[in-house]
Design a protein around this ligand. Structure first.
Ligand code: ASP
Ligand code: MG
Length: 409
């Protein structure tokens, strides 16, 4: 008998029939002899609907009240799912986050889980019940206020419950049947990955493969929770996210590249003709990060004639704010010019196999060159190579890299 945590996202509980279908699936796992804890999202569209209502009251609604409002979405689905289970003869009980309790810090709208007391859940499992827990919500330890974990936070609830209960597997049921080598809308030949490491998933997730909330993968990695992404509509084993050690295959068989991620949410800022002296990078980037703008790739050119060019990327919706800051900084520094460009994209090839193989970068650059795609920036980590290119070349670049690295095989 195993303890299994199953999470169902908004689409999977989007209407009465789907909730009944989820109940059937949960009951099946129970009939196989397992103890099951279920974490659920609000019905699809509900969190957005509530957010829109709040905006009608106040331009910037209080964060505390937003949490009180949004958590009602999940409270509806836990009750309905428990009823559906009971109707199918499967004993079940629902808990909100604060009933468990799932204790968090007091940062409204993006609270972090600090502690979960698993006793109530374990007791109910022991009495043969399925325990249905509201995702996305918790209770702030000190104030006793209701908190939420950030959009997509039900994934994190499921992983945190798995860690607290020492579950054998955390299964995330969603509307895709796993993690793919790239976005199938761009490359129809994209293949589902059977396994992927936590580190690879973090890169794939943060770069746009929006299957899981990133924080849930970090959490799973920290507590070594085996995490499986599967479809609630379609049969199949999904994708298992785990440590490299659990891969089983010999190193030889491990694919060099697991996937190609890309992001359109990129903009480039350039400060040209900056005096090339100590402290310049700090003077340029300091005010940008002080404004809470996240900086991604950074390039400083080799200085010529005592001046240098400084280029970096930010999220597209941060570009105008960053530009305004830079214009002030540039005047102070005596830089020649500030420029911005929001028609760029970032493409990243990700794979743990890269650690032990050379030649991947050159193969990537050759493929792009053969397709006459100009590389504007390059960045690397141990398991990732990223390039910034022009937005119109995105599809061609991803398709040709997918083919060149035989990810469709
Ligand atoms: N209902 C919340 C959202 O839409 C949390 C979740 O679904 O994971 O973001
Ligand atoms: Mg989600």
């Amino acid at each position: 008998m195993a303890i299994i945590v199953q999470k169902f996202g908004g689409t999977s509980v989007g209407n009465v029939e789907r909730i009944q279908h989820v109940a059937k699936q949960v009951a099946k796992t129970v009939s196989e002899g397992h103890q099951v804890v279920v974490a659920v999202s609000a019905m699809s569209g509900e969190t957005n609907r509530l957010t829109a209502l709040a905006k009608e009251m106040q331009d910037r609604p209080s964060r505390r009240e937003m949490d009180v409002l949004l958590t009602t979405g999940e409270q509806v689905t836990i009750a309905l799912l428990s009823m559906a289970l009971q109707a199918q003869g499967c004993p079940a009980i629902s808990y909100t986050g604060w009933q468990v309790p799932i204790q968090t810090n007091d940062v409204h709208n993006k609270a972090r889980i600090e502690h979960i007391d698993g006793k109530k859940i374990t007791d109910q499992l022991g009495q043969g019940k399925v325990v249905v827990v509201a995702g996305f919500q918790g209770i702030a330890m000190e104030s006793g206020d209701i908190t939420t974990l950030g959009r997509g936070g039900s994934d994190t609830t499921a992983v945190a419950l798995s860690a607290a209960l020492n579950a054998d597997e955390c299964q995330i049921y969603t509307d895709v049947d796993g993690v793919y080598t790239t976005d199938p809308r761009v490359v129809p030949e994209a293949k589902r990955l059977d396994t992927v490491t936590y580190d690879e998933m973090l890169e794939l997730a943060s770069l746009g493969a929006k299957v899981l909330q990133i924080r849930s993968v970090e959490f799973a990695s920290k507590y070594n929770v085996p995490l499986r992404v599967l479809s609630s509509m379609k049969e199949g084993g999904g994708t298992l996210i785990t440590t490299e050690e659990n891969f089983g295959d010999s190193d030889m068989e491990k694919p060099l590249i697991s996937g190609i991620a890309f992001s359109r949410d990129e903009a480039k800022l350039m400060v040209l003709g900056v005096p090339d002296k100590p402290g310049v990078a700090f003077q340029i980037l300091g005010p940008v990060s002080d404004a809470n703008i996240e900086i991604d790739m950074i390039i400083q050119n080799q200085g010529i004639d005592g001046t240098t060019d400084f280029t970096f990327t930010v999220s597209r919706n941060d570009m105008d704010a960053a530009l305004e800051i830079l214009e002030g900084v540039a005047t102070k520094l005596g830089a020649r010019e500030v420029m911005s460009d929001d028609t760029i994209v970032k493409i990243s090839m990700v794979g743990v196999g890269m650690k032990s193989h050379s030649g991947i970068a050159s193969n990537m650059f050759k493929t792009l060159a053969d397709n006459e795609i100009n590389i504007q920036m390059i960045g690397t980590t141990e398991i990732k190579i990223s390039v910034v290119i022009d937005e119109p070349s995105l599809e061609l670049a991803v398709q040709s890299l997918h083919e060149a690295f035989e990810l469709d095989k």
